[in-house]
Design a protein around this ligand. Structure first.
Ligand SMILES: [Zn+2]
Length: 444
């Protein structure tokens, strides 16, 4: 490509009137969905889940009305009630298989059975987003399928959020497809989500993001302090298969597709959910802990995890008991359903914005053929895009600090040195929905 003279580039740049990371306006349809999230319904769902006594993956032979399969059947029935009003746009399936005993957390061959609802978008091509959670629970001994394991927060909270999001999004017209997943066997080793993510990968599914929700329903932590205005958003640094030597040379350690999704989630939450702010944590997960988002990142898909601001470890993975004056166990009374509603609203806003707007530009590239002090970016056109924006930040900044409209094109040259700045490219549709930024790879 012939590069225009720098003076012309500068004039074009000034004419573009760079905005300071201006958020696009709210979409009234998305706002209506966000505002219809109900804390009372979330509470009712969580109470129902806890009433199964245990949802341990190993409780498959529990009495009627108790155990993981009773919970699974109830969750599926709830999804089917929602799907019944969607004129066939939403379908509900069980994703199951028998996991062989592994001598560790699966002591005997065990049915793993997840519930997955799919809400089809109207766009050809199959672009898909996932909202995930796990509905299984555990107590102190992860191989104990008998004792009570209420799992109100871990992860009745995430399961209730996924059902509620499916409910409020079922009637929203969307372009991309949304999968609402409640996985089994997270506590035994991410078996349910791994099975599903690998099946999606084998089918060549275009999963552009997973929002995993696990422990999102309590606002008071171990320290006794309440913070109902924060949710943590974890994201991995490097995508599967990244070459650490290249990452080191190019300075791409802070721009995995998962991290761009996390930035999108933070800014979209801020736009639609007053009173709750996503804190970006630049880590895949907390120390000593993991979650179903790893099944997606392992499959090469972008994924982030939402977690409450400060956990109480006496309430997680513990038999219900009073010991030394301390109440152990994952009980309903420690939940804050107003807080859970806020985190659910953020998920609804992010999912709706993702599925209503355009996808991530493919083949995003930064041209490095010649030594220059400006930057040329190229990308492939995105279905539904009316124009594109170039995002920019200093290498020491955590989030994008400026965005510039470059019109409906697939290349742009900017008067900023690629040696000194980081860039992202995002598509914007005619209604003003902006998509997730793509981080450009060097191209000669
Ligand atoms: Zn969990």
């Amino acid at each position: 490509m012939q590069r225009p003279p720098l003076a012309l580039i500068l004039l074009a740049w000034l004419a573009a009137a760079p905005a300071f990371a201006a958020p696009v306006g709210q979409d009234p349809a998305i706002l209506r969905a966000v505002q219809s999230v109900s804390a009372a319904r979330l509470r009712a769902t969580d109470e129902h889940l806890v009433a199964f006594g245990t949802r341990s993956t190993l409780s498959t032979t529990a009495a009627p009305g108790r155990g993981v399969l009773a919970a699974r059947d109830w969750i599926a029935s709830q999804f089917r009630l929602i799907a019944a009003g969607t004129a066939g746009r939403m379908t509900v399936t069980l994703d199951g298989y028998t996991q062989k005993a592994d001598g560790k957390r699966i002591p005997h061959d065990t049915l793993i059975s997840s519930v997955v609802a799919t809400l089809r978008g109207d766009e050809p091509g199959g672009r898909t987003y996932v909202m995930s959670s796990h509905y299984d629970s555990r107590n102190s001994d992860v191989t104990d399928g008998t004792a009570d394991a209420p799992g109100a927060d871990d992860n009745g909270s995430g399961t209730a959020a996924v059902l509620e999001a499916a409910r409020v999004l079922a009637h929203l017209p969307i372009h991309a497809t949304i999968i609402f997943a409640t996985y089994d066997a997270e506590e035994q080793g991410l078996f349910g989500s791994a099975h599903h993510a690998q099946a999606l990968k084998a089918a060549g599914a275009d999963i552009q993001g997973d929002l995993n929700n696990d422990i999102i329903g309590a606002s008071t932590g171990d320290n006794g302090q309440t913070d109902s205005g924060t949710v943590r958003i974890f994201s991995e640094a490097l995508p599967a298969g990244a070459d650490p030597r290249k990452v080191n040379i190019l300075g791409t350690e802070n721009d995995s597709p998962s991290r761009e999704l996390a930035r999108f989630a933070q800014s979209t939450g801020d736009l639609y959910v007053p009173g709750l702010h996503g804190t970006l944590i630049f880590r895949a997960d907390r120390f000593l802990r993991g979650g179903d988002q790893e099944s997606f990142t392992d499959a090469g898909y972008p994924a982030i995890r939402f977690v409450e601001p400060a956990e109480t470890f006496a309430h997680q993975h513990q038999n219900v008991r009073l010991e030394g004056g301390v109440q152990y166990g994952d009980l309903l009374r420690f939940m804050d359903f107003s807080y859970l509603a806020q985190v659910t609203r953020t998920n609804v806003a992010v999912l709706a914005a993702l599925a209503s707007g355009p996808g991530r530009p493919a083949h995003a590239a930064i041209l490095v053929k010649d030594l220059t002090n400006d930057t040329t970016l190229t990308w492939s056109p995105v279905p539904g895009a009316a124009r594109y924006e170039i995002l920019r930040r200093a290498t020491t900044d955590a989030t994008w600090t400026s965005s510039t409209n470059v019109g409906n094109t697939t290349s742009a040259t900017l008067p900023f040195s690629k040696d000194d700045w980081l860039f992202g490219i995002r598509a914007v549709d005619a209604e003003g929905h902006a998509g997730v930024a793509a981080f450009p790879n060097p191209k000669k």
